[in-house]
Design a binder for this molecule. Structure first.
Ligand code: ZN
Length: 279
Protein backbone atom coordinates (compact mmCIF):
# COMPACT_ATOMS: atom_id res chain seq x y z
CA UNK A 1 0.00 0.00 0.00
CA UNK A 2 1.63 3.34 -1.03
CA UNK A 3 1.44 5.25 2.22
CA UNK A 4 3.42 6.41 5.24
CA UNK A 5 2.08 6.81 8.78
CA UNK A 6 3.58 8.87 11.60
CA UNK A 7 2.24 10.08 14.96
CA UNK A 8 1.77 13.83 15.38
CA UNK A 9 0.55 14.82 18.86
CA UNK A 10 -2.92 13.32 19.34
CA UNK A 11 -3.17 12.38 15.66
CA UNK A 12 -2.13 9.49 13.51
CA UNK A 13 -1.08 11.11 10.24
CA UNK A 14 -1.12 8.98 7.09
CA UNK A 15 0.21 10.35 3.82
CA UNK A 16 -1.31 8.56 0.82
CA UNK A 17 0.33 8.60 -2.63
CA UNK A 18 -2.40 9.46 -5.13
CA UNK A 19 -0.28 10.04 -8.24
CA UNK A 20 2.60 7.85 -9.38
CA UNK A 21 6.04 9.42 -9.58
CA UNK A 22 7.01 10.98 -12.89
CA UNK A 23 9.93 13.03 -14.16
CA UNK A 24 9.47 16.75 -14.88
CA UNK A 25 11.86 19.13 -16.67
CA UNK A 26 13.42 21.47 -14.11
CA UNK A 27 14.21 24.33 -16.49
CA UNK A 28 10.67 24.43 -17.82
CA UNK A 29 9.03 24.25 -14.39
CA UNK A 30 11.56 26.44 -12.54
CA UNK A 31 12.87 28.93 -15.14
CA UNK A 32 15.20 30.68 -12.65
CA UNK A 33 16.81 27.47 -11.34
CA UNK A 34 20.61 27.22 -11.54
CA UNK A 35 21.42 23.68 -12.69
CA UNK A 36 25.00 23.80 -11.37
CA UNK A 37 23.72 24.61 -7.89
CA UNK A 38 21.11 21.86 -8.26
CA UNK A 39 23.79 19.25 -9.01
CA UNK A 40 25.17 19.89 -5.51
CA UNK A 41 21.71 19.36 -4.02
CA UNK A 42 21.18 16.27 -6.20
CA UNK A 43 24.31 14.73 -4.68
CA UNK A 44 22.69 15.12 -1.24
CA UNK A 45 19.14 14.17 -2.28
CA UNK A 46 19.44 11.82 -5.29
CA UNK A 47 15.97 10.37 -4.64
CA UNK A 48 14.40 13.72 -5.58
CA UNK A 49 15.98 13.87 -9.06
CA UNK A 50 16.25 11.82 -12.25
CA UNK A 51 19.51 10.98 -13.98
CA UNK A 52 20.64 14.62 -13.80
CA UNK A 53 19.65 17.82 -12.03
CA UNK A 54 17.57 18.80 -15.06
CA UNK A 55 14.97 16.15 -14.20
CA UNK A 56 12.87 16.28 -11.06
CA UNK A 57 10.82 13.49 -9.54
CA UNK A 58 7.28 14.71 -9.07
CA UNK A 59 4.31 13.02 -7.42
CA UNK A 60 1.30 13.77 -5.24
CA UNK A 61 0.28 12.62 -1.81
CA UNK A 62 -2.38 13.80 0.60
CA UNK A 63 -2.85 13.39 4.32
CA UNK A 64 -5.47 11.80 6.54
CA UNK A 65 -5.45 12.67 10.25
CA UNK A 66 -7.12 10.36 12.71
CA UNK A 67 -7.69 10.84 16.43
CA UNK A 68 -10.20 9.31 18.84
CA UNK A 69 -13.12 11.32 17.48
CA UNK A 70 -12.45 12.49 13.92
CA UNK A 71 -11.13 11.59 10.49
CA UNK A 72 -9.75 14.70 8.77
CA UNK A 73 -8.75 14.64 5.13
CA UNK A 74 -6.46 17.38 3.78
CA UNK A 75 -7.57 18.04 0.22
CA UNK A 76 -9.32 15.50 -1.97
CA UNK A 77 -6.86 15.04 -4.84
CA UNK A 78 -7.69 14.67 -8.49
CA UNK A 79 -11.17 13.73 -9.66
CA UNK A 80 -12.02 10.11 -10.33
CA UNK A 81 -11.33 8.95 -13.90
CA UNK A 82 -12.68 5.98 -15.87
CA UNK A 83 -9.41 4.22 -14.94
CA UNK A 84 -10.20 4.55 -11.25
CA UNK A 85 -9.58 6.73 -8.25
CA UNK A 86 -6.44 6.00 -6.18
CA UNK A 87 -7.65 7.92 -3.13
CA UNK A 88 -10.78 5.78 -2.79
CA UNK A 89 -8.74 2.58 -3.11
CA UNK A 90 -6.33 3.69 -0.40
CA UNK A 91 -9.03 4.91 1.99
CA UNK A 92 -10.79 1.57 1.55
CA UNK A 93 -7.56 -0.29 2.31
CA UNK A 94 -7.12 1.86 5.43
CA UNK A 95 -10.62 0.86 6.51
CA UNK A 96 -11.95 4.42 6.15
CA UNK A 97 -15.41 4.61 4.58
CA UNK A 98 -16.23 7.83 2.70
CA UNK A 99 -19.00 8.43 5.27
CA UNK A 100 -16.47 8.11 8.12
CA UNK A 101 -14.60 11.26 7.05
CA UNK A 102 -15.77 14.03 9.43
CA UNK A 103 -13.66 16.93 8.14
CA UNK A 104 -12.09 17.95 4.85
CA UNK A 105 -9.59 20.81 4.89
CA UNK A 106 -9.23 22.55 1.51
CA UNK A 107 -5.79 24.12 1.00
CA UNK A 108 -6.36 25.83 -2.35
CA UNK A 109 -8.44 25.89 -5.50
CA UNK A 110 -6.42 23.76 -7.95
CA UNK A 111 -8.06 20.75 -9.59
CA UNK A 112 -5.46 18.33 -8.21
CA UNK A 113 -6.54 19.36 -4.68
CA UNK A 114 -10.30 19.89 -4.99
CA UNK A 115 -11.25 17.60 -7.90
CA UNK A 116 -12.12 14.69 -5.62
CA UNK A 117 -14.62 16.67 -3.49
CA UNK A 118 -17.37 15.34 -5.76
CA UNK A 119 -17.57 12.03 -7.60
CA UNK A 120 -18.03 11.39 -11.33
CA UNK A 121 -21.79 11.91 -10.99
CA UNK A 122 -21.36 15.23 -9.17
CA UNK A 123 -22.38 13.82 -5.76
CA UNK A 124 -20.50 14.98 -2.66
CA UNK A 125 -17.75 12.45 -1.98
CA UNK A 126 -17.66 12.89 1.80
CA UNK A 127 -21.31 13.54 2.69
CA UNK A 128 -20.82 13.44 6.49
CA UNK A 129 -17.83 15.79 6.50
CA UNK A 130 -17.70 19.48 7.31
CA UNK A 131 -15.45 21.09 4.68
CA UNK A 132 -13.21 23.98 5.74
CA UNK A 133 -11.71 26.63 3.46
CA UNK A 134 -9.86 29.87 4.24
CA UNK A 135 -11.92 33.03 3.68
CA UNK A 136 -9.63 34.67 1.10
CA UNK A 137 -9.18 31.48 -0.91
CA UNK A 138 -12.95 31.00 -0.89
CA UNK A 139 -13.60 34.57 -2.08
CA UNK A 140 -10.90 34.51 -4.76
CA UNK A 141 -11.92 31.05 -5.98
CA UNK A 142 -15.50 32.31 -6.32
CA UNK A 143 -14.42 35.22 -8.53
CA UNK A 144 -11.72 33.30 -10.48
CA UNK A 145 -13.20 33.25 -14.01
CA UNK A 146 -10.74 30.58 -15.20
CA UNK A 147 -11.90 28.19 -12.47
CA UNK A 148 -15.62 29.01 -12.37
CA UNK A 149 -16.58 25.57 -13.61
CA UNK A 150 -14.58 23.93 -10.80
CA UNK A 151 -16.17 26.20 -8.19
CA UNK A 152 -19.66 25.37 -9.45
CA UNK A 153 -18.89 21.68 -9.66
CA UNK A 154 -16.99 21.18 -6.39
CA UNK A 155 -17.89 24.00 -3.98
CA UNK A 156 -21.50 24.95 -4.76
CA UNK A 157 -22.87 21.47 -3.82
CA UNK A 158 -21.08 21.72 -0.46
CA UNK A 159 -22.62 25.14 0.20
CA UNK A 160 -26.07 23.95 -0.79
CA UNK A 161 -25.78 20.97 1.57
CA UNK A 162 -24.58 23.16 4.46
CA UNK A 163 -21.25 21.32 4.51
CA UNK A 164 -18.91 24.27 3.86
CA UNK A 165 -17.42 26.37 6.65
CA UNK A 166 -15.38 29.42 5.69
CA UNK A 167 -12.66 30.04 8.30
CA UNK A 168 -10.11 32.75 9.00
CA UNK A 169 -6.56 31.66 8.22
CA UNK A 170 -4.02 32.89 10.77
CA UNK A 171 -0.73 34.61 9.93
CA UNK A 172 2.36 32.42 10.25
CA UNK A 173 3.98 34.99 12.53
CA UNK A 174 2.57 34.36 15.99
CA UNK A 175 0.92 31.10 14.94
CA UNK A 176 1.83 29.34 18.20
CA UNK A 177 -0.60 31.58 20.12
CA UNK A 178 -3.25 31.70 17.39
CA UNK A 179 -6.72 30.11 17.78
CA UNK A 180 -7.59 26.60 16.58
CA UNK A 181 -10.60 26.05 14.29
CA UNK A 182 -10.90 22.46 15.53
CA UNK A 183 -9.12 20.64 18.36
CA UNK A 184 -5.40 20.54 17.58
CA UNK A 185 -5.80 22.19 14.16
CA UNK A 186 -4.93 25.72 12.98
CA UNK A 187 -5.40 27.22 9.53
CA UNK A 188 -2.27 29.10 8.45
CA UNK A 189 -2.28 31.79 5.75
CA UNK A 190 0.44 30.86 3.22
CA UNK A 191 -0.28 32.95 0.09
CA UNK A 192 1.66 33.02 -3.18
CA UNK A 193 0.99 29.80 -5.06
CA UNK A 194 -2.64 30.92 -4.84
CA UNK A 195 -3.75 34.20 -3.27
CA UNK A 196 -5.44 32.60 -0.27
CA UNK A 197 -3.59 29.29 -0.05
CA UNK A 198 -4.01 27.90 3.44
CA UNK A 199 -1.81 25.35 5.19
CA UNK A 200 -2.79 23.22 8.19
CA UNK A 201 -0.81 23.24 11.43
CA UNK A 202 -1.33 20.03 13.37
CA UNK A 203 -0.66 20.19 17.09
CA UNK A 204 2.16 22.69 16.66
CA UNK A 205 4.19 19.75 15.37
CA UNK A 206 3.45 19.32 11.65
CA UNK A 207 2.58 21.81 8.91
CA UNK A 208 0.70 20.33 5.96
CA UNK A 209 1.51 22.83 3.23
CA UNK A 210 -0.66 24.24 0.44
CA UNK A 211 1.83 23.80 -2.42
CA UNK A 212 4.18 26.28 -0.74
CA UNK A 213 6.99 24.16 -2.17
CA UNK A 214 7.06 21.83 -5.18
CA UNK A 215 10.64 20.56 -4.95
CA UNK A 216 13.01 19.59 -2.14
CA UNK A 217 15.72 21.89 -3.54
CA UNK A 218 13.47 24.88 -2.75
CA UNK A 219 14.20 24.28 0.95
CA UNK A 220 17.77 25.31 0.14
CA UNK A 221 16.76 27.81 -2.56
CA UNK A 222 13.39 29.28 -1.50
CA UNK A 223 13.83 32.16 -3.96
CA UNK A 224 13.23 29.81 -6.93
CA UNK A 225 9.50 29.68 -7.74
CA UNK A 226 7.68 27.18 -9.93
CA UNK A 227 6.01 28.54 -13.08
CA UNK A 228 2.61 27.68 -11.57
CA UNK A 229 2.92 30.10 -8.63
CA UNK A 230 0.33 32.84 -9.25
CA UNK A 231 2.52 35.41 -7.48
CA UNK A 232 6.13 34.15 -7.65
CA UNK A 233 7.53 36.93 -5.45
CA UNK A 234 4.97 36.43 -2.68
CA UNK A 235 5.34 32.66 -3.04
CA UNK A 236 9.09 32.96 -2.46
CA UNK A 237 8.57 35.13 0.65
CA UNK A 238 6.02 32.69 2.06
CA UNK A 239 8.30 29.75 1.25
CA UNK A 240 11.26 31.33 3.07
CA UNK A 241 9.05 32.12 6.09
CA UNK A 242 7.62 28.58 6.21
CA UNK A 243 11.11 27.05 5.98
CA UNK A 244 12.41 29.31 8.76
CA UNK A 245 9.41 28.50 10.99
CA UNK A 246 9.71 24.77 10.31
CA UNK A 247 13.38 24.85 11.30
CA UNK A 248 12.72 26.98 14.40
CA UNK A 249 9.80 24.88 15.67
CA UNK A 250 11.09 21.49 14.52
CA UNK A 251 7.90 20.92 12.51
CA UNK A 252 7.42 18.00 10.20
CA UNK A 253 6.35 19.35 6.81
CA UNK A 254 4.07 17.72 4.29
CA UNK A 255 4.82 18.89 0.74
CA UNK A 256 2.18 17.30 -1.53
CA UNK A 257 4.20 16.97 -4.74
CA UNK A 258 7.43 15.58 -3.24
CA UNK A 259 8.16 11.87 -3.51
CA UNK A 260 7.71 9.48 -1.91
CA UNK A 261 5.10 10.77 0.59
CA UNK A 262 6.04 14.44 0.98
CA UNK A 263 7.02 14.12 4.64
CA UNK A 264 10.25 15.65 5.90
CA UNK A 265 11.94 18.20 8.11
CA UNK A 266 14.09 21.25 7.49
CA UNK A 267 17.61 20.89 8.84
CA UNK A 268 20.02 23.83 9.14
CA UNK A 269 23.78 23.54 9.23
CA UNK A 270 26.13 25.81 11.21
CA UNK A 271 26.38 28.18 8.23
CA UNK A 272 22.58 28.60 8.16
CA UNK A 273 22.06 26.54 4.99
CA UNK A 274 18.71 24.71 5.04
CA UNK A 275 18.08 21.33 3.48
CA UNK A 276 15.35 18.71 3.26
CA UNK A 277 15.48 15.57 5.37
CA UNK A 278 12.96 12.81 4.73
CA UNK A 279 11.15 11.40 7.74
ZN1 ZN B 1 -0.86 20.76 -6.37
Amino acid sequence: MPLQTITVGQFELTSIAVQPESLRPVQQFFPSADLNALETIRAELPEMFGASASELRFSQSLCVLRDSSDVTLVDAGLPATPEGWPLLNELTELGIALTAVTRVFITHRDADHIGGLVDASGAITFPKAQHFIGSLEYADFQRDAARREWFTKCVTPLEQAGLLTVIEAQPLKGIVGAPEFAPGLKAVFTPGHRSGATSLLVGNAALLTADVLHAAFQVTQPEVSIMFDADPVLAALTRAAVIAAAAAHGWVLHVPHLPPFGLGRVVRDAAGRSSWLLV
